[in-house]
Design a protein around this ligand. Structure first.
Ligand SMILES: [Zn+2]
Length: 466
């Protein structure tokens, strides 16, 4: 029998509303699932805050020698628009006259670039919903066979919400509190048996794009079943940590839990961890308000994209933050100062004192990802004369394995324009993400700006063409 491995990291579990030690149920490594992007538009900095959460957890666990396996899905079908009647990808396709799969692949590649710019270690798998249809069909069939799902009068397959008595434990929304008429799931009028049931498989109707054959006719999957299927399939039937933005608690995660637990008869997800929203300059970011900020905007402003990472690190993941241009500029200055100091401090000299400081900083991280406290400590250590320069270097490098601010980077002196610098950053990220099409494109753009790229196994370097 497997003995679970309880790590020293505690995180806030949304379902039990308490801090819980993170535990690897297979006794070897953490199995983590993170809800990924719906690839119909750019991920904004708020989305990226959630995606960073997985990276901070993986890196913190690695600090104490615990391995993890992260799976993050790519939603390229089935995520309905706010009025619940149109697939987000197809709506974008109708507006732009571009093939929906082409849109999906384009934004998917931009998503990987953004992750690389933020120093986020790639997940083990990025399964696409559109390529996981058979997994979903198998899951739906099982749910039907055991009586948790049924074929509605409109040809769509619905989950029978009342068949799952513990519905509501993640979000607090019990079935008895969900009123008819509340729009939380698309359905044809009268096709469902109960108002809170939701579609697992939607009949195609007039839709001709992004549809697949199934035992119930042509159609497409519901968004919630996608995550049940991909998390169970790719993580071998148990999810130690399930991550996502706070807005996904209901109905997405609530419905996912009902589906996954009904299939297995067990609590598939041991711990639900949710990242909070962010405001930008005091306002909720939205396309309609016109204040959406992308990583690209930060780079275009001449800032290191890792300044965004430091801003997130300096706020607890489950507190709402108000991101501002001032805070981004301040973070950019801090990173530059730390890089300069680290190069002056030179070689790391481990000592009993520095090891003990690292141990206490690690303890802070283990306490519900206390990155805020660690950042405060780093600023104190920076000024502490009782710590030698080599010891400071040792401490900063150890913590940078989690903070990943690339503090050992040597700032290149030269006369690069902000446009050249931005393109170089983006090109390095594209190459790191193995997005060769994009990195070739950027190399050509840079050449026009008199920057010649030289690639080697050690990375990208460049020469300014006189
Ligand atoms: Zn999901």
């Amino acid at each position: 029998m497997t003995t679970p491995l309880t790590t020293s990291l505690t995180l806030f579990d949304t379902r039990s509303r308490s801090l819980k030690p993170v535990t690897a149920s297979n006794g070897e490594y953490l199995r983590i699932y993170s809800c990924g992007p719906t690839v119909y538009r750019d991920a904004h900095v708020g989305n990226l805050r959630t995606f960073l959460l997985g990276d901070l957890i993986v890196r913190t666990l690695a600090l104490s020698g615990v391995r993890s396996e992260l799976v993050q899905n790519i939603t390229d079908v089935g995520h309905m628009s706010e009025d619940l009647h149109e697939d987000k990808l197809l709506a974008e396709s109708a507006a732009t006259k571009i093939d929906p799969f082409e849109i999906a692949r384009d934004y998917e590649s931009k998503f990987h670039n953004d992750l690389a710019l933020l120093g986020i270690t790639p997940a083990k798998h990025y399964p696409r919903a559109s390529e996981s249809i058979q997994m979903m069909l198998d899951l739906i069939q099982t749910l039907m066979d055991q009586g948790s799902a049924y074929l509605g009068s409109d040809g769509s397959v619905y989950f029978d919400a009342q068949s799952f008595p513990s519905y509501g434990e993640v979000s607090g929304n019990k079935l008895s509190q969900l009123l008819p008429g509340h729009k939380y799931e698309y359905s044809e009028e009268g096709a469902k048996r109960f108002h809170a049931d939701w579609a697992l498989w939607k009949a195609a109707g007039n839709r001709t794009q992004m549809v697949w054959d199934s035992p119930w006719g042509m159609g497409f999957p519901g968004w919630h079943i996608e995550c049940s299927a991909m998390s169970i399939s790719y993580l071998g039937g148990a999810v130690d940590l399930h991550l996502g933005g706070i807005d996904l608690r209901f109905p997405h995660h609530e419905n996912e839990r009902a589906q996954s637990n009904s299939v297995s008869g067990e609590e598939i997800v041991a711990q639900w961890v949710h990242g909070e929203h962010l405001l930008f300059e005091g306002r909720k970011m939205s396309k309609s308000a016109g204040n959406v900020v992308l990583v690209h905007d930060i780079v275009a402003a001449g800032l290191d994209p890792l300044s965004l990472r430091l801003c997130f690190i300096e706020n607890r993941y489950r507190s709402q933050i108000d991101l501002t241009w001032d805070s981004l500029h301040a973070a950019d200055a801090t990173i530059k100062r730390w890089r300069k100091k680290l190069s002056e401090w030179g070689v790391s000299t481990p000592s009993i004192q520095s090891e003990s400081v690292i141990a206490s900083l690690t303890t802070l991280l283990m306490n519900d990802l206390g990155t805020v406290d660690v950042a405060i400590e780093l600023r104190r250590i920076e000024r502490d004369d009782s710590i030698s320069l080599g010891e400071k270097a040792h401490i900063f490098r150890a913590i940078d394995s989690v903070f990943a601010l690339d503090l050992d980077r040597v700032e290149v002196k030269g006369e690069l324009t902000s446009e050249q610098a931005a393109l170089l950053e983006e090109r390095a990220a594209a190459r790191a993400a193995k997005n060769y099409a994009r990195s070739d494109e950027l190399r050509d753009q840079l050449l026009l700006l008199k920057i010649a790229i030289v690639d080697s196994p050690a990375g990208q370097s460049y020469e300014v063409i006189p």
